[in-house]
Design a protein around this ligand. Structure first.
Ligand SMILES: C[S@@+](CC[C@H](N)C(=O)[O-])C[C@H]1O[C@@H](n2cnc3c(N)ncnc32)[C@H](O)[C@@H]1O
Ligand code: SF4
Length: 358
């Protein structure tokens, strides 16, 4: 098999662990950054035969990729195959002018900055290390070295966040004029410290979240952003091409601890144990994806996008009765070739998609 056009690289290290996070992370471990990059390059070498040349997208996610010792991060970037889009996730407090230059020089084309909020009391609830001015400073450094594709992550539904707080967060984010914004509803991930302390509060406020989501969408679209995916907004055509690959159901290779790959009829997940990964053991969990599963995923992911979903080959995954029902309710529209959710349908999201699936 060859021709996979999307590569995900997981960098797990973080300065500390935020209570709400359930990604595969490791705190500190400065002494292991070099051996981790060695392990990544070894895995890449073993898997390179599945990749297209050149790639369309590379995404370095975390963890906090920019917490990785800078010479090691640069060594990794220099060794990755060439790609049209190279995104690096960054935490604001790690972005110095030196780091911004190094990313630029190493061929990074896009940086996704985890702002989460601009309200200090809400950043405290999230246990974030960065203050609002760190986000602004990081953003300015990245612009100063010439990045023309910058994204901000925001979280809404933080316990204690009022509607006025949300509007102020959106205004502060817009003031930076990002090319792209991801806005996620805070999720209570099972087993996290955050869910233990705040799970009850998140459940109590759940009903208000539909209104918060609508405010996010109406504010950002009124400011010229395209609501191109449920939680993602862009200006000037700057969609996140890597994530677009996932939503379009493309194959991708993921390397690193805990990384997931989807390769034809197989999904596999590497061990989430850092010591095992460093020792060269992947202990991969395998899931076989039959035609039906892939078609259902294609519908679920494709309907998150504003572009119509081509339905050729997906008919067997769709329930004609459910489709007629949601169309009658004004939540979806279809013609012979494609299916789209209306704005109202997109606000309800997963519930509508569930009705549509057979
Ligand atoms: C891989 S994560 C972390 C990236 C980076 N280390 C950071 O903290 O900014 C990517 C994004 O997922 C979102 N995220 C993480 N945990 C979440 C949760 N429990 N609920 C909602 N969004 C979450 C955050 O917006 C975060 O920026
Ligand atoms: S910095 Fe990001 S990846 Fe690391 S623990 Fe916090 S939310 Fe998770």
């Amino acid at each position: 098999m060859n021709g996979v056009r999307h590569l995900y690289v997981h960098l797990p290290f973080c300065a500390h662990r935020c209570g709400y996070c359930d990604f595969v992370t490791a705190v500190g471990r400065r002494e292991q950054h070099g051996s981790y990059v060695d392990a990544l390059l070894r895995e890449l070498d073993e898997e390179r035969h599945v990749l297209a040349d050149p790639l369309e997208t590379v995404f370095l996610g975390g963890g906090t990729p920019t917490f990785t010792a800078l010479p090691e991060l640069v060594r990794l970037l220099d060794a990755l195959p060439p790609s049209e889009e190279v995104t690096v996730e960054a935490n604001p407090e790690t972005v110095t002018l030196e780091l911004a230059h190094a990313l630029r020089d190493a061929g990074v084309t896009r940086v996704s900055l985890g702002a989460q909020s601009f309200r200090p009391h809400l950043l405290d609830v999230l246990e974030r290390g960065a203050q609002p001015d760190d986000v602004r400073r990081a953003f300015a450094h990245l612009r100063d070295v010439g990045f023309d594709n910058l994204s901000l992550d925001l979280i809404y539904g933080i316990p204690g966040q009022t509607v006025a707080d949300l509007e102020a967060d959106l205004a502060d984010a817009l003031a930076l004029e990002p090319d792209h914004l991801s806005c996620y509803e805070l999720e209570a991930k099972p087993g996290t410290r955050f869910t233990h302390s705040w799970g009850g509060e998140l459940a109590r406020q759940a009903d208000a979240m539909e209104d918060y989501f609508e405010r996010v969408v109406t504010t950002l679209t009124a400011n010229g952003y395209r609501w191109y995916e449920t939680a993602n907004f862009c200006r000037d055509g700057k969609r996140a091409l890597h994530n677009l690959g996932y939503w379009l159901g493309r194959d991708y290779l993921g390397i690193g601890v805990g990384a997931v790959s989807t390769l034809a009829s197989e999904r596999r997940r590497n061990t989430s144990k850092l010591a095992r990964y460093l020792a060269g053991s992947y202990d991969r969990e395998l899931e076989l994806l039959d035609e039906d599963t892939r078609a259902r995923e294609r519908v679920m992911l494709g309907l998150r996008l504003d572009d119509p979903l081509p339905i050729a080959g997906l008919e067997h995954a769709l329930d004609p009765v459910g489709l007629a029902r949601v169309e009658q309710l004004g939540l979806a529209a279809h013609d012979a070739a494609s299916l789209t959710l209306t704005d109202r349908g997109r606000y309800l999201g997963g519930a509508v998609t569930a009705e549509l699936l057979r």
